[in-house]
Design a protein around this ligand. Structure first.
Ligand code: ZN
Length: 261
């Protein structure tokens, strides 16, 4: 479903086939203007990078996605599980996911190892054509948010807004740290199903996408509607920022979802 298009000035993960009525992208670290250690497509204003560089990166990323800086909604991201419905541009504090049915409004979540999840609902009750996008969502979920149910909470918000059931929702998993690299403590591992934890030695390794996939499937999302980039941020320094690998001195990636104008 997903492919990393690296032939453009701004390399992006894009769906191989356009989802009807939705814009969905995941960024990489390539194609921006920021210097080391934020080189180059750093999208996170919480970093020590220059604000001008970050805003230029955001402008480029959104332009390459067919979206604009003036129609951007971002989440405060506090490792919680609160979802907020938005219909206007702006920064929404104290939440980790945004959902919207407003055409052209770009919902962006910021990550550098945590999981970004994008949602597309194709409700049939309000849509003139079955299959057309009625709502979109973007969620940030690290281990805490995933353990606290963020993947399903966002699903529920997208279903309510899009007037559809979980069988009408696609969920997309962006580049994040995975079971190959994500060593965690036992107290963290114990909060997840065994299938999401790898035990190659004494320390457990957590696979957040597997945890999300299991929770979403149990909530009614068809397995065939969960699409994963399968990219690990910690494994690929050329393409991704990784908070853990880079010991905190790094940039931020974006997952962006919008109902198409
Ligand atoms: Zn890895």
């Amino acid at each position: 479903m997903w492919t990393l298009v690296d032939s453009d000035a701004v390399p992006l993960w894009r769906p191989k086939a356009a989802a009807p009525g939705a814009t969905l992208v995941f960024s990489t670290r390539r194609g921006g203007v920021s210097p080391a250690p934020f080189e180059s497509m750093n999208l996170g204003l919480s970093t020590a990078d220059s604000r001008e560089a970050i805003l230029e990166n955001r402008r480029r990323l959104l332009l390459a996605s067919g979206l604009s800086l003036g129609s951007l909604a971002t989440a405060g991201q506090v490792h919680g599980a609160r979802v907020v419905e938005v219909s206007d541009a702006g920064h929404v504090p104290d939440c980790d996911a945004l959902v919207s049915s407003t055409p052209g409004l770009a919902l962006a979540v910021t990550t550098a190892d945590c999981m970004s999840l994008l949602y597309r609902a194709s409700g049939t009750r309000t849509s003139p054509e079955a299959g057309t996008t009625t709502a979109a969502g973007a969620a940030h979920a690290g281990w805490r948010g995933t353990a606290d149910g963020m993947p399903v909470r966002t699903l529920e918000a997208v279903c309510a807004l899009g007037r559809c059931g979980p069988a009408d929702v696609e969920v997309h998993i962006g580049p994040c740290i995975r079971g190959c690299c994500y060593e965690v403590g036992e107290e963290v591992a114990l909060r997840f199903p065994g299938a999401a934890v790898r035990r190659p030695g004494p320390k457990p390794y957590l696979d957040l996408p597997t945890a999300a996939r299991l929770a979403l499937a149990a909530a009614g999302v068809p397995a065939t509607a969960i699409h994963d980039t399968e990219a690990c941020t910690a494994c690929e320094p050329y393409w991704y920022f990784s908070h853990r690998r880079d010991e905190g001195r790094t940039g931020r990636l974006w997952g962006v979802a919008a109902v198409t104008r």
